[in-house]
Design a binder for this molecule. Structure first.
Ligand SMILES: [Zn+2]
Length: 361
């Protein structure tokens, strides 16, 4: 193995190890956050119960229920403000710790003399933690999540006449269910925020050290059967460092960038050696159970050389269908499309033609 390849593999292994650490940090942050969500849920539902108890069943007309929904939303403003602060705190912690980690990873524990350690001012750090998806800050998406679950969905039930003349218990349960949906959104957004800040820190350090890196980075998805079509096809593609393509690509995207080192001689004049180690293969995992909602059990795992497509090719046909749908799976099997044909050059998933014979351009 060339020394550059050894360095890339070494860096990548440390990057993966750092991602595992961040996962456990996220899990413990979520324990606290969900405590606050449940607490707010209890308090809000108690207030609602009192409001409902103050009226007769027949009082709760569509209009009165709609204004009750507005009140309900008002009662959750304190929780929203608290979560907003929590997102900032998480961003600061993940941002500053990730920068330290990537300074060490890229410099191989400060053994590259020409390495630029990145230190950010509080303002720069804050800017780095403002993760956005499709032009919208993750924090703003949180506000939209509150409105969607606690107002839009509630109003939809009311307007469908599901709650008019309903029992008190049924009304409280309906509000309670919507809070459950909000909780799932909060979990997804916290994970996305952490991954976004983590990837942003990686990019900061890489941008400050372009003289030791190749001009392109490589998209790296997680090799398991929870990846989406977009990310499985992006896996292995290369982008220029100044390309604005967003990674994470979507809510709950777990993808990372992988850097590529310039010829080592060029960087160090051949002075520093890196010990030989076993070529690092990528770990893959197959899970059973409902994917995406937690509780999926690991069925099998192993190591593989190559990218997501190589992992995909060793899955059963049934698994392939679960990942890309029956039509794409069939087209792939028949050799009518190739893996890379499922997305365009910007990572957008290409739609299936109506006649189901192929993909739209
Ligand atoms: Zn992804």
């Amino acid at each position: 193995m060339r020394i550059e390849e050894r360095i890339d593999k070494y860096r990548f292994l440390r990057q993966v190890a750092w991602n595992y650490k961040l996962d456990s940090f996220t899990d413990s942050a979520l324990v606290e956050i969900l405590k606050a969500v449940r607490q707010a849920k209890r308090e809000t539902l108690n207030k609602l119960r009192n409001r409902l108890a103050a009226g007769k069943k027949s009082d709760w007309t569509t209009n009165r229920l709609l204004s009750l929904t507005e009140e309900f939303r008002g009662m959750t403003k304190a929780l929203e403000a608290q979560l907003d602060k929590d997102f900032d705190t998480i961003g600061q912690i993940v941002g500053s710790r990730s920068l330290e980690e990537y300074n060490d990873i890229f410099s191989i524990d400060q053994s590259i003399p020409i390495f630029n350690n990145v230190r950010l001012s509080p303002e720069q750090l804050k800017a780095m933690t403002e993760v956005s998806l499709e032009g919208m800050l993750v924090k703003d998406i949180l506000g939209i999540g509150f409105d969607y679950h606690l107002v839009d969905l509630m109003k939809r039930d009311i307007q469908a006449g599901l709650l008019e003349g309903a029992s008190y218990r049924k009304m409280v349960n309906s509000f309670s269910d919507k809070f459950g949906g909000l909780q799932e959104t909060v979990i997804s957004l916290v994970r996305t925020q952490v991954q976004g800040v983590n990837n942003a820190a990686f990019k900061e350090v890489a941008l400050a050290n372009q003289d030791i890196l190749q001009s392109e980075w490589e998209w790296c998805a997680i090799l398991d059967n929870r990846a989406c079509i977009q990310c499985m096809c992006l896996d292995g593609r290369r982008f220029a460092w100044n390309d604005p393509i967003a990674i994470p690509a979507h809510i709950r995207c777990r993808c990372i960038r992988r850097s590529l080192t310039k010829p080592w001689k060029e960087i160090t004049g051949g002075k520093i050696d890196i010990p030989e180690f076993e070529p690092a293969l990528r770990t893959w995992v197959e899970r059973d159970g409902q994917v995406g909602v937690g509780g999926a059990k690991v069925k099998a795992f192993g190591k593989i050389k190559g990218n997501y497509e190589d992992f995909f090719n060793r899955l059963s046909y049934e698994r392939k269908v679960a990942l890309v749908g029956p039509t794409r799976a069939k087209l792939l099997k028949e050799g009518k499309i190739r893996f890379k044909d499922m997305i365009d050059s910007r990572g957008r998933v290409r739609l299936l033609r109506k006649d189901r014979k192929g993909l739209l351009k």
